[in-house]
Design a protein around this ligand. Sequence first.
Ligand code: ADP
Ligand code: MG
Length: 411
Amino acid sequence: MKTIDELVDEGVGGKRVFVRADLNVPLSGTTITDDGRIRAVVPTIAKLAEAGAKVIVASHLGRPKGAPDPQFSLAPVAARLGELLGTQVAFATDTVGESARATVDSLTDGSVALLENLRFNPGETSKDDAERGAFAGQLAGLAELYVGDGFGAVHRKHASVYDLPARLPHAAGLLIATEVAVLRKLTDEVSRPYAVVLGGAKVSDKLGVIDHLLERADRILIGGGMVYTFLKAQGHEVGNSLLQEDQVPAVTEYLERAKAKGVEFVLPVDVVAAPSFPDLKNPVDTNPAVVGVDAIPADLQGLDIGPESRKLFASKLADAATVFWNGPMGVFEHPDYAEGTRAIAQALIDSPLPPAGGTPAFTVVGGGDSAAAVRILGFDENAFGHISTGGGASLEYLEGKTLPGLAALED
Ligand code: ADP
Ligand code: MG
């Protein structure tokens, strides 16, 4: 993989450089609620601009259906990116149309433009190679060089991620280089004990990674919505909690394999539950109940791990040398269900209490919502070893899969 330093050394002055970023930030209306992903790509853009390139930044945002949809416009991101770079960022209101061409034509050396949401064009995510290729060809017409830095999208075989780098001389951006170095430390060069904390909504999203981690981790802690499929597999009733009944056999097999391999599975002993999913737009006090996992009432749903579980999980992280955490422990977006997630973030920060003379634990937070959660809950990002900008991408890397967007950056 060519580094951006090598690309800059070869000379980018006056050249149009297409930077595929991941600016898929959470929005409330047009307000960016967490700008972590924008900040993460600033060093790459700044480096290219300082070297005199005409920088064309592009990204997806959300899941529009292959056509313009104002609620997924990147316009608010252009404004924020400009603030972070300390310079005006020109915004094109399309991706390969008149606005994009005019915006790119007007770029001067060292200036930056952002294109509108790539997914407003059906070619970006098409399963049809020819349709994707045609869109990639149009994008290639805008630029002379390509820099891949959208780590959160490298697991997608999308036109701007996979097909475009094949059409232009390319290099990996600073963010991708950092993310890959971190992931290597979680796969090839792991310090033990290695503890993994998994949460989030859907167990089916995370089954592949559990399968893979069973061969590598020493301890796997489960929280979030996926917990209920595990509890069900252990014979507990889970009330109205999120349950993926069809995944119970797979989960049962994992629990058995873990036992046979001596991998410790840690499940919550209590949960915070309520009759219904909370209103996140208008978060009022929901007066939740704490119940043991063997006594979840039929009319309640579990929305966070309980206080005893938080202590248990923290104790299981206290002596870990490596911790990878993906997926919030509860519906952290509501204050009544944020304490489990807060406790894990705190445990990651506390866990590097090294034994005298020892090295601190290496802690990694992965996942869009998990990364947003630690920032929204007010933790200092620098207290963690690394906060990844990619959820699915990190998980697929840890599963041992080939990521199209990384493969495309190889020579
Ligand atoms: P990440 O983006 O970090 O990979 P996910 O997207 O897998 O995480 O999951 C995040 C979502 O999971 C959050 O929006 C959170 O509200 C939800 N969630 C966590 N626990 C529960 C639960 N017990 N029931 C329903 N949803 C949950
Ligand atoms: Mg998510």
